[in-house]
Design a protein around this ligand. Structure first.
Ligand code: MEV
Length: 429
């Protein structure tokens, strides 16, 4: 008998599946899921004057194998078909493919960037000279100051580079210092901004120039992840159609936007579930998509090609996330999710997120080039429609059946079809 689909599990079965796969206790799981909703004090620690929580559904990729490890991946997402598509695609890959991901470059070179702006340099050449002379001293000061703990753990500030930009609104020159910091297990946003602010008076004193602002850059292109997915002996017709869908995104930024949105469906769901800053990851990936290829305006973050009998997909982009600090440590659900993932390192988590994004892209493209997404999407959307109706469980089951038939025959359904089905059922009764 084929294994039962996760969607057919009862809630208790789903929780028991998690207990079995993660080694966590049922009590631990239930407590972590219930605590935030009852604990406004926790919300007070995050933002000013909260009056409640906005809860998102938490779903699961039941089994995802990447780099030879099998993960249960929790997903925080409200969009109807994402979890179903990911599970379907993950088991397709488990049957006939392999997913791998790695971080580009050496561990020690994985850095985030802090920017220090000098809006208009009085003397660009003198500034350049001063920066060259003082770079080593500023790095040491930072690693003894705000980056000391990171430095002791093998991270900290690794370099400071100068960029000279032409000002657009006059003929002046803008100075931008890029402070590169290895944040170890943290995402690094606060740490690198703190370092920049700490260095500001030293830079002003040494160079006799005025620093105008200090902040991290979300274009973390010094921390790039590559994920690869190979599907062996794919049906050649399907493989070529997916290749063509990918080529569409290469040729057209309008399509690339939606192609990447599908990738973000998977990426954001894990980024949110682990308590990371999804706006930062979004900003980083979209700006990378817009700058990675000098010949196109906005590029797809993942592409697909047939190689012999195999379909091969590649994702490349920056994913700076942390497993310590901020919400990741304080939010009980984020903590639970990290435990479900086996407490990964931040680099391992970045790789897993890239893998989920690539998998989601494959699921979307497969559906788009075959049955289209409306069939699967609306099939699940029926659940939402029925949920809103005032009907008995038995009536709801009948409505579900009648809406499924309608969807098959007319290819679209709406809330009014659900209401009509209820009226007809009520009339018969
Ligand atoms: C919908 O949320 C995502 C898709 O539009 C992605 C795509 O078109 O590749 C299905």
């Amino acid at each position: 008998m084929p294994p039962k689909a996760f969607s057919c599990y009862t809630l208790e079965d789903r929780l028991h599946y998690l207990v079995e796969k993660t080694g966590l206790s049922l009590l631990e799981i239930k407590e972590a899921l219930e605590t935030p909703a009852q604990n406004l004090e926790l919300a007070e620690a995050f933002i000013e004057a909260p009056f409640g929580y906005f809860a998102l559904p938490l779903g699961l990729v039941k089994s995802l194998t990447m780099n030879g490890e099998t993960y249960c991946v929790p997903l925080a997402i409200e969009e109807t078909s994402v979890v179903a598509a990911l599970n379907k695609t993950a088991s397709w890959v488990e049957r006939s493919g392999r997913l791998t991901a790695h971080i580009n470059g050496d561990q020690k070179d994985q850095t985030v960037i802090g920017q220090i702006q000098i809006a208009s340099l009085k003397d660009p050449e003198r500034f350049q000279r001063h920066v060259r002379d003082a770079t080593r001293e500023w790095i040491d000061l930072a690693n003894k100051g705000p980056a000391a703990t990171l430095f002791q753990r093998g991270g900290g500030v690794t370099d400071i580079n100068l960029r000279l930009l032409s000002r657009q609104k006059d003929s002046g020159v803008m100075g931008v210092l890029h402070v590169r910091l290895n944040p170890c297990e943290a995402m690094g946003a606060n740490q690198v901004t703190q370092v920049c602010e700490f260095l500001k008076p030293y830079i002003e004193a040494k160079t006799d120039e005025k620093v105008t602002l200090c902040i991290l850059s979300n274009l973390t292109d010094q921390k790039l992840i590559t994920a690869n997915l190979v599907l062996e002996n794919i049906d050649p017709e399907l493989g070529h159609k997916i290749e063509e869908a990918s080529h569409f995104a290469i040729c057209d930024p309008y399509r690339a936007a939606t192609h990447n949105k599908g990738i973000m469906n998977g990426i954001d769901a894990v980024v949110i579930a682990t308590g990371n800053d999804w706006r930062a990851v979004e900003a980083g990936l979209h700006s990378y998509g817009a700058t990675k290829d000098a010949t196109s305006s906005y590029a797809p973050l993942a592409t697909w090609q047939m190689q012999g009998a195999d379909l091969v997909g590649t994702f490349k982009g920056p994913i700076a996330v942390g497993t310590v600090g901020g919400v990741t440590r304080r939010h009980p659900t984020a903590q639970l999710v990290l435990k479900c993932l086996g407490n990964p390192s931040s680099n391992e988590l970045s790789c897993l997120i890239a893998g989920v994004g690539l998998l989601q892209n494959l699921g979307a493209l497969r559906a788009l080039v075959s049955e289209g997404i409306i069939q699967g999407h609306m099939g699940l959307h029926i659940k939402n429609m029925i949920h809103r109706l005032e009907a008995t469980p038995e009536q709801k089951e009948n409505i579900r059946h009648s809406l499924r038939l309608k969807l098959q025959s007319q290819k679209h359904i709406s809330d009014s079809d659900a209401k009509k089905a209820l009226a007809e059922i009520a009339k018969v009764a």
